[in-house]
Design a binder for this molecule. Structure first.
Ligand SMILES: Cc1ncc(COP(=O)(O)O)c(C=O)c1O
Length: 305
């Protein structure tokens, strides 16, 4: 992680090194926080933040599940996000907004504590190797079940949900894989530890419905819009573990990863093993959108410079 200069916390821009919380912060002990991961891109019109409104909307929805009262409005948080990117003189960056129950009363009930909001941004560095983008990554089906829709609010991008993701990711990495796929209690595919998942068979695009417990990913929605714009049929279907092995193409989607082809699942080759034609086409359309070259989707870009 590349250090930046300033972090916004509760209305103030402060020095990066000063952005600290008390060790008795509620969110630290009980996972009572919600967050967003957002990206900015260089376009012909300057630096833009991708789907900022949608990210902030999801942050408010996540907070609602946890009875969080934000002291800042939608527009104030939007402005603050832009301010952070500008203050750090960043172009391509990753932006992290976190809202969490703070310090005051430490017990399971977070409600007596103030909700703090912090916005950070740092220089973006690619984390997926070029060859993986061509050959596809290796993933495994995790032995950890995805946290269920009756256990946690899975529409919320809640900090606590990520303990489940972290267990799956660590298991995958320690087993020599790049990423983990998680199944729900019915045995259906939900998503990867930090990405949604898509499959292709016979030219049709498939993705698990949100009711499986998958996060309503903003990149997922972008891919669905791309499919609609370009006449690719999309089907929301429950997929069982072994069905995974028989798709022509599989790819993962997320703000950080964008569109990542999957080459192998549980050591079984997917399709021909490399990036497939539909995945490549969707990647290209996605790139056009985030770079401001798709005029119909220009309203997804917040121009900051
Ligand atoms: C569990 C999980 N699913 C899906 C996604 C993809 O969501 P988005 O495209 O909004 O980044 C993420 C991204 O952080 C995630 O953590």
């Amino acid at each position: 992680m590349i250090e930046s200069d300033k972090i916004w916390i509760d209305g103030n821009l402060i020095d990066y090194a000063e952005a600290k919380v008390h060790v008795l912060t509620h969110g630290l002990h009980y996972g009572t926080g919600v967050f967003e991961g957002i990206r900015s891109y260089k376009t012909a019109e300057g630096i833009t933040i991708f789907r900022l409104d949608d990210h902030i909307r999801r942050l408010f929805n996540s907070g609602k599940a946890y009875f969080m009262k934000f002291e800042y409005s939608f527009d104030e948080l939007k402005k603050a996000t832009v301010k952070v990117v500008r203050a750090n003189r960043l172009d391509e960056c990753y932006i992290r907004i976190i809202a969490f129950y703070g310090y005051g009363k430490l017990g399971v009930n977070p409600l007596p504590n103030k909700v703090s909001i912090a916005i950070s941004a740092w220089k973006w560095t690619e984390h997926i190797k070029k060859e993986d983008m061509e050959q596809g990554i290796h993933i495994m089906v995790s032995s950890w079940e995805k946290v269920g829709i009756r256990s946690m609010p899975t529409h919320a991008k809640g900090v606590a949900n990520y303990a489940n993701s972290a267990l799956a990711r660590m298991e995958a990495l320690k087993s020599g894989f790049d990423e983990a796929i998680m199944l729900n209690s019915n045995g259906f595919v939900v998503e990867a530890s930090a990405e949604n998942i898509f499959f292709v068979k016979g030219g049709i695009l498939y993705t698990p419905p949100i009711s499986t417990g998958a996060l309503e990913g903003i990149t997922r929605d972008t891919v669905i819009e791309i499919a609609k714009q370009h006449g690719i049929n999309i089907c929301y279907d429950n997929i069982s573990r072994d069905e995974l092995y028989y798709f022509d193409e599989i790819f993962l989607t997320g703000t950080a990863s964008e569109i990542v082809p999957v080459g192998f699942i549980d050591h079984r080759v997917i399709g021909d093993g490399g990036i497939g034609p539909i995945t490549r086409e969707i990647q290209q359309h996605f790139e056009n959108i985030v770079r401001g070259k798709n005029h119909e989707k220009r309203n997804w870009l917040t121009i900051i410079q």
